[in-house]
Design a protein around this ligand. Structure first.
Ligand code: HEC
Length: 143
């Protein structure tokens, strides 16, 4: 069928080879997809600063929870290739493979966050007290 030479064993061998090739390609595709579960499993090294839930432990360290996947990945690559300079993060990004960066980014991006509008004081409260506008009748120096 493949070699048209009548050698059935060669035909079967060729068929096996193509099936194996398809199998390997399928595994490669499966491995290429960013996996938040794998990212979570290797995120322990980041938790000391960024927290295990992606909410950082200090005001000088950025939160990662719910951040965009593309942004996280971009920053990790930038730390690794020196485009973004930070002595701490360079050390952590340097040993990461492309796949590990994808998995870590997928994990932190997948952490749900909730946002709401801040409570802002009503404009009325910002108006001056009444006696500033009306003057203080008990004090002749103030009109
Ligand atoms: C020792 C503390 C520390 C550890 C551990 C650490 N980071 Fe960071 N990370 C920082 C600091 C500090 C910054 C801010 C860097 C800057 O100012 O440019 C940062 C920045 C980042 C940013 C950029 C965020 C943004 O909003 O731009 C990403 C992404 C990141 N870290 C991912 C990781 C990952 C993934 C790990 C684990 C492999 C990790 N970090 C481990 C301290 C740490």
């Amino acid at each position: 069928m493949y070699f048209k030479n009548g050698n059935i064993w060669l035909d079967k061998f060729a068929l096996l080879l193509s099936l194996a090739a398809i199998g390997i390609a399928a595994v490669q595709i499966a491995q290429a997809a960013p996996d938040p579960q794998v990212g979570k499993a290797i995120s322990g090294q980041c938790a000391a600063c960024h927290g295990s839930d992606g909410i950082s432990i200090a005001a000088t360290i950025p939160n990662l929870a719910g951040q965009h996947y593309e942004y996280l990945l971009q920053q990790l690559k930038a730390f690794k290739d020196g485009m973004r300079k930070n002595p701490i993060m360079e050390n952590f990004a340097l040993p990461l493979s492309k796949k590990e960066m994808q998995d870590l980014s997928a994990y932190f991006a997948s952490i749900p966050i909730h946002v709401g509008h801040p409570k802002i004081a009503k404009p009325k409260a910002l108006h001056p007290p009444k006696h500033f506008r009306a003057g203080n009748p008990k004090n002749p120096n103030h009109g």
